[in-house]
Design a binder for this molecule. Structure first.
Ligand code: URP
Ligand code: ZN
Ligand code: ZN
Length: 464
């Protein structure tokens, strides 16, 4: 067969296997794994690793925060930055505004995404107003190929436990997955009020205002709710050892619970938010940054399998009046935008500090960065693996390239990971067989990425 493209000489890595083969791509899909292939176009991958492209499953793109602040990245800059960081697909959120129908939310995000993304994408639907009409409408999201919902247990966008149960139940019936931001809202409000009334208003007080206990309590409650509804649940951005232990214990007990953590909890600490003047505002994210023992515990949970995915929680707000300081400079820590960028850094950080430093295997890296997200969010076997018939969503890595982290390709004016020394970097990224990134250059155009409708047949076996 004459292929459109062959990738020659690389070492192929999937979540399960490492082997040498060439890849033949035809019509955007992997057509052949073998030797001596024939193709119109050739990528030489000698001394490189050839892996499924990353799937970024937690990122905020062209999305207003709970306080109405728009992210700096739209689908163009966000997808470009994701691609430069080794991702060939991403799943941002489509966030329902209060009073808005599901159809209106999806239509709005289609408008924000469809002529802009350079890589394939899907959405998780954030539900902030699950009234009766919205719950009745929710099954229509599955027909559209959107099967994951996210709820908050804090912020103005939070849902009650009863609403959470309603959403879990509909998700279970239709084979969907509910994701949750788990922090106890009243504990956070009470701590924040006590701190600000005492005059403790600087960015650094964001951390004590959101204690580990608030996450632990909410994760415990969320797991209990998912057990009551007998529905699968993903706890996103777990930031504490106790939270991770709760996820691990639930999984050992057979609960249908999954966990995610993020690079900021592995590489940054409360010392970063302690930076002088307002510099600490760059490091305000929720849950907040913790400490070195937490980092070590989270790494053990990554290596041991507690976490299915490591996602960036890319929530980009610039260090200016458009972002962090939308409410002004002279305000207390509650008024700075929550979140930090990291979509381009997730995979290089995990490769360098995870694989190169021996904390996880190469196959675990592929699982955590791509395959598990594809499985959980309904894209496997189309995406997330190197198999015949799968989309040719491929990242080629130079495992020896060393870089000092600097500016990224997002629309941000700071990089929280700046100055770190990284070994291993993606050199080529393909989405459906098309070069998106090659040799440090962007090759795709806005709008080249496609919406990928997903389905959930693999989770249905667990329904009762
Ligand atoms: O601080 C964060 N993570 N901001 C984004 C919104 C969220 O909580 O996921
Ligand atoms: Zn969150
Ligand atoms: Zn988030």
């Amino acid at each position: 067969m004459k292929h459109d493209l062959i990738i020659k000489g690389g070492k192929l890595v999937t979540a399960n296997e490492t082997f040498s083969a060439d890849i033949g791509v035809k019509d955007g899909r992997i057509a052949t794994l073998g030797e001596n292939l024939d193709g119109n176009d050739v990528i030489n991958a000698d001394n490189k690793l050839v892996m499924p492209g990353g799937i970024e499953a937690h990122c905020h793109i062209a999305q207003e925060s709970a306080n109405g602040i728009m992210t700096s990245d739209d689908y163009e800059s966000g997808s470009i930055s994701a691609a430069f960081g080794g991702n060939s697909c991403f799943v941002p959120f489509a966030a329902q505004k209060k009073g808005e129908s599901i159809a209106a939310t999806i239509a709005e995000y289609d408008r924000r995404a469809e002529t802009k993304s350079v890589i394939d994408y899907s959405y998780h639907l954030i539900l902030t107003d699950p009234n009766k009409e919205v719950l009745d409408e929710l099954p229509s999201a599955f027909e559209r190929g959107i099967t994951s919902f996210k709820v908050f247990m804090t912020y103005a966008t939070r849902v009650s436990d009863a609403q959470f149960l309603d959403i879990l139940t509909i998700a279970r019936r239709h084979g969907g997955l509910t994701m949750v931001h788990a922090e106890n809202h009243d504990m956070l409000s009470w701590m924040s009020n006590a701190l600000t009334q005492g005059g403790y208003t600087e960015p650094r007080y964001h951390a004590p205002a959101r204690p580990s206990l608030a996450e632990e309590e909410a994760i415990n409650r969320a797991i209990s709710l998912s057990k009551l509804a007998n529905a699968p649940l993903m706890i996103v951005h777990v930031s504490t050892p106790k939270g991770a232990e709760l996820v691990a214990r639930a999984r050992m007990d057979g609960a249908f619970v999954f966990g995610e953590t993020c690079p900021q909890y592995l590489f940054l600490t409360r010392d970063d938010i302690d930076r002088p003047d307002l510099e600490g505002a760059k490091y305000i994210c929720s849950p907040p940054l913790r400490d070195i023992p937490t980092q070590e515990a989270l790494w053990r949970h990554i290596a041991g399998g507690t976490f299915s995915v490591v996602s960036s929680d890319h929530a980009p707000y610039r260090f200016d009046e458009s972002g962090k300081f939308s409410n002004g400079h002279d305000v207390d820590f509650r008024s700075f935008a929550n979140g930090m960028p990291g979509i381009e850094m997730r995979l290089p950080l995990m490769f360098s500090e995870g694989v190169v430093k021996g904390r996880i295997s190469l196959n675990q890296f592929v699982g955590l960065s791509s395959t598990n997200a594809a499985r959980l969010y309904g894209m496997l076997p189309r995406k997330g693996t190197l198999a015949i018939g799968a989309d040719a969503d491929i990242a080629i890595w130079d495992p020896n390239e060393t870089r000092i982290v600097g500016d990224m390709h997002d629309a941000m004016d700071y990089n929280p990971f700046e100055g770190m020394k990284i070994t291993g970097w993606p050199t080529t990224v393909l989405t459906q067989g098309q070069r998106v990134i090659d040799a440090g250059k962007l090759h795709a155009n806005p709008g080249d990425g496609n919406f990928i409708p997903v389905s959930y047949t693999h989770l249905r076996a667990h329904e009762t």
